[in-house]
Design a protein around this ligand. Structure first.
Ligand SMILES: [Ca+2]
Ligand SMILES: [Ca+2]
Length: 330
């Protein structure tokens, strides 16, 4: 599996040059141990309906879209500074900024530093390629297919996405949260770069919370293995799935723990000597606790438990669809 912790150095260096890399490295060395250990900062940033407490976080916007960034959870008067090598950020107050998405799609990192603790939050802001550039289901040679015309139950979360994040060999290793990279969510279909995907921020908040609880339960996983993250509607239909899957909206992930042994299948996480449905249940119970807390965003959604098959191990589907859904295929 990917090792996110080794990757950010490459793209930071490529994007903003060695000097800033040195500064970031130095400031990371000065971070309090608690921040390093959990990647969770002493403050959080409100961005629309999402509250991000993590040291790295991906956000996905359309060209020209504006986003307000507001520090919360720092009542002790910490001072903050935003650094933006591309100059798209303007201060609205001591702890509030506005970021305006450029018209050219791509990745535009912004760093928010808390001065007294030297904690740094890196926002990986992705400007998406508008959906209108898709022709007959194909965007820049990559097969996406068509979204349902009528949103499921008329819900906003089931409207076709307005744009797609471009994934290249350079950006697939970019972190979208401390323990996940963009490339982990690419649709498992054939096709050359550039590839395209959609990701919804609450999904990443949920996955980080689940991973935190997995570790708290004594299982030392680097990340959650993702059997299926984003699926293009074309790929989703080709594997026989229903047209309203949360996977086509970038809001779902089929997850398992694959640390010991790292063999592409769920580990024996409940320690009973077998790798079966009960290990999926162990992970699903953690997902239940995380969804019921809802502290960082509305994480209410689906949890599906899947037993092993000859070609794959057991896994758990999680999504933040906005209403509760539970199922099991033993
Ligand atoms: Ca394994
Ligand atoms: Ca087991």
């Amino acid at each position: 599996m990917t090792k996110p912790s080794e990757r950010p150095v490459k793209w930071v260096a490529a994007l903003i040059g060695g000097r800033i890399l040195l500064l970031v490295s130095l400031s990371l060395l000065l971070l309090p141990h608690t921040a390093l250990a959990g990647d969770r900062l002493s403050f959080a940033l409100r961005m629309g309906e999402v509250l991000n407490p993590w040291s790295v976080f991906g956000v996905y916007l359309m060209p020209g879209q504006r986003l307000e960034l507001t520090v919360v959870g720092s009542a002790d008067g910490g001072r903050f500074v935003a650094s933006d090598p591309h100059g798209n950020t303007r201060a609205l107050g001591r702890t509030k900024w506005e970021w305006r998405a450029p018209h050219t799609p791509g990745l535009y990192p912004v760093h928010i530093t808390r001065l007294d603790t030297q904690e740094v939050m890196t926002l990986n802001l992705f400007v998406k390629v508008p959906r209108q550039q898709k022709r007959q289901g194909v965007l820049n040679g990559y097969r996406i297919g068509e979204y349902p015309r009528q949103p499921y139950r008329g819900l906003t979360a089931y409207r076709p996405p307005p744009g797609f994040v471009e994934v290249t060999p350079e950006t697939e290793n970019v972190r979208v949260s401390p323990n996940f990279t963009l490339g982990q969510f690419v649709s498992k279909q054939d096709g050359d770069y550039p590839r395209y995907l959609v990701l919804r921020e609450p999904l990443l908040l949920m996955l980080e919370e689940i991973l935190r609880e997995v570790r708290a339960a004594g299982v030392q996983a680097d990340t959650l293995a993702i059997l299926s993250g984003y699926r293009t509607p074309w790929y989703n239909a080709s594997i026989g799935n229903g047209p309203n899957s949360r996977h086509i909206y970038g809001g779902a992930a089929d997850i398992y723990i694959d640390q010991n042994p790292r063999d592409g299948r769920m580990d024996d996480v409940n320690g009973d000597g077998r790798r079966d449905l009960h290990d999926a249940h162990w992970l699903a119970e953690i997902a239940e606790r995380v969804q019921s807390r809802n502290t960082v965003a509305d994480l209410t959604g689906g949890i599906g438990v899947y037993g092993p098959r000859p070609h794959r191990g057991p896994f758990v589907h999680v999504d933040a669809r906005g209403f509760e859904a539970r199922w099991e295929f033993p």
